[in-house]
Design a protein around this ligand. Structure first.
Ligand code: FRU
Length: 575
């Protein structure tokens, strides 16, 4: 039995996800007020053999004693917080490694992150467990809120929760309590599903913020027996607890079979109606459905807003996921991912697209073919939001076909924050948000050739060329592998190789040995590479060409070696 004392304020809240290792009569956790006649004030007696969530809130200010049985139980995640201050202070994690109880406040967690040689420094990572899509992104009172698809109980996808973090600068995040849980304990059913992706909506008429998301009801078979409904929720005054969760769309149109998810909502002042889009498939073709509502609670199906070209369906594309719809002046841009899609020419899976168009009386008229947003693969489920002055976005740095991880405690990372704009010829441009530079020291001049990197500089840097005249090759040399980014006046290409010459790129792509990560372009004028513990984000031609890969072999780079037509290089290291 492990015991610890805590001086607590009224309202201190404990959250645990725990399961029993074997049938036992022991209590998992007991809380005592030693000063009272009846000191026992809370006990978790019968814990099941699947993960179950428990919460305890202490009613008064005092010193309490807590007993935890670490031998008979497995705890996947545990933290405490004070609801009134958690947004500012973050949660304090309880760590049970080595049979002892350690506390990691936000400050200590931040320090641990900094010292962890496997954790990226410019990219958000969950404290523990599995993470995929960014959800509910919004900006309120000087704070950015990021929610995310989260499974606290393992390093693999499972029953979905919404994790939550807050930041003032898009880069330094404080972890907040888990915001949404599956409506049923799916672990107990051996099923998947839960609180799937969704978005935040700030009503321009009232300023009220609410969140729309999909609940996938218990699913036992990925293709047949699941049902997806749309829900709405609010947050309480502390911005950390979901309140008033309600189902706002409980069935899909008859012509939709199962995929019906990831709502995005906006207000249309012309129709004076709220609008929602959902990712789906119509006649087996990935599609986006349009709904409308007078009050955000009662929604009516309107039409199919967009149906993806036939080649998606022909190449295993199952449905649209995480549709986004962004207005740039009189142009609207649909962003969508197609799950299942296999691009024959490159061997890549599940890619993300942008389609600019005009919106006329609820009809979307595309003005270009879908533009593939990334020539890597590890940039999926992007979600954008407006912070009052610009359109920002994050994406999941993986993809359903490629989920390898290296950290023993977490799996899943977010892209660096990006700013989105639209060029005059209707191309979506993505550039790293300027905040990224705040974490980096002043730029040093980089001379084309060879540079040895030491210490932290091997793990995080930004390399930028504001002027490129022709072909080039850039090598990021690790211990046994290297990343090569090259341009031959026809295409830019990114590849990971074994240092003895072998080509490793296929290893990260379950599609086989033929995956190619390149973008056709006759000219490259500028380029920025962000490297962070094996994450590579490449931005070229003012953000018109982007490539993102999460390499799991080349985690550091002791030598940078470049050749070709590269001028005016600038290199920045982490501060
Ligand atoms: C996209 C996605 C969404 C879904 C969520 C489930 O990556 O498949 O469509 O809501 O992830 O975790």
């Amino acid at each position: 039995m492990n015991k610890f004392s805590l001086k607590v304020n009224e309202g201190l809240t404990l959250h645990f996800w725990v399961k029993t290792k074997a049938i036992t009569s022991n209590a998992f956790l007991s809380v005592f007020s030693p000063s009272k006649k009846q000191p026992l004030c809370f006990k978790i007696q019968n814990v099941p053999c699947y993960y179950e969530f428990y919460s305890y809130q202490h009613p008064v200010n005092e010193e309490i004693e807590v007993e935890i049985d670490l031998e008979s139980f497995d705890i996947s995640l545990a933290y405490f917080f004070h609801p009134k201050t958690v947004e500012e202070e973050g949660v304090t994690y309880l760590d049970f490694s080595n049979g002892a109880v350690n506390f990691f406040s936000h400050g200590q967690t931040k320090q641990n992150y900094q010292q962890d040689t496997l954790r990226p420094k410019l990219h958000f990572t969950p404290y523990k467990g599995w993470m995929n899509d960014p959800n509910g992104l919004c900006f309120l009172d000087g704070k950015y809120h990021m929610f995310y698809q989260y499974h606290p109980n393992s390093l693999d996808w499972g029953p979905m929760h919404w994790g939550h973090a807050v930041s003032e600068n898009l880069l330094d995040w404080r972890h907040l309590p888990v915001f949404l849980q599956p409506e049923q304990n799916l672990e107990s059913l051996g099923a998947t599903g839960g609180a799937f992706s969704g978005t935040a909506f700030k009503d321009p008429n009232s300023g009220e913020i609410s969140f729309f998301f999909t609940e996938r009801k218990a699913a036992y078979d990925l293709n047949h027996s699941y049902r997806e409904v749309q829900k709405r929720t609010f947050w309480d005054n502390s911005h950390t607890t979901a309140t008033k969760v309600s189902t706002v769309i409980d069935s899909q149109p008859v012509f939709v079979h199962h995929d019906f998810r990831d709502p995005k909502v906006w207000f249309d002042p012309i129709d004076n109606l709220y609008k929602m889009i959902l990712g789906s498939a119509v006649d087996k073709t990935p599609a986006i459905l349009l709904y409308h509502s007078k009050d955000k609670d009662n929604w009516e199906y309107h039409s199919v807003l967009y149906q993806a070209p036939e080649y998606f369906e022909k190449n295993s594309g199952r449905c649209v996921e995480c549709p986004d719809f962004i207005q740039f002046g009189n142009i609207w841009v649909i962003i969508y991912g197609v799950v299942g899609y296999h691009e024959k020419q490159t061997g890549r899976h599940n890619l993300l697209y942008a389609v600019p168009g005009k919106l006329s009386h609820n009809t979307f008229i595309p003005i270009s073919e879908p533009q593939c947003l990334d020539f890597g693969t590890d940039f999926y489920a992007m979600q954008s939001f407006n912070d009052g002055s610009r359109q920002l976005a994050f994406a999941w740095l993986h993809n359903w076909a490629v989920k390898g991880h290296i950290h023993p405690h977490y799996n899943g990372e977010m892209s660096a924050p990006r700013e989105l704009t639209l060029s005059e010829d209707y191309q979506l441009l993505m550039r790293p948000a300027p905040e990224v530079n705040q974490k980096l020291a002043n730029a040093l001049c980089y001379k084309n050739g060879e540079l040895t990197l030491e210490g932290n500089n091997q793990y995080v840097f930004s390399l930028e060329f504001k002027k490129i005249d022709g072909a080039f090759s850039i090598n990021l040399l690790g211990d046994t592998t290297k990343i090569n980014i090259s341009f031959d006046k026809q295409s830019i290409k990114m590849i990971e190789k074994e240092l003895n010459g072998g080509d490793l790129s296929y290893e990260l792509c379950s599609s086989g040995r033929d995956a190619k990560f390149s973008s056709q372009t006759p000219s490259l004028n500028d380029m920025r590479i962000i490297f962070d513990h094996g994450i590579v984000e490449v931005f070229c031609n003012g953000g018109r060409i982007c490539g993102t890969r999460r390499y799991i072999n080349t985690l550091s780079c002791h030598t940078l070696y470049t050749e070709g037509s590269l001028n005016d290089g600038e290199i920045r290291f982490i501060k």
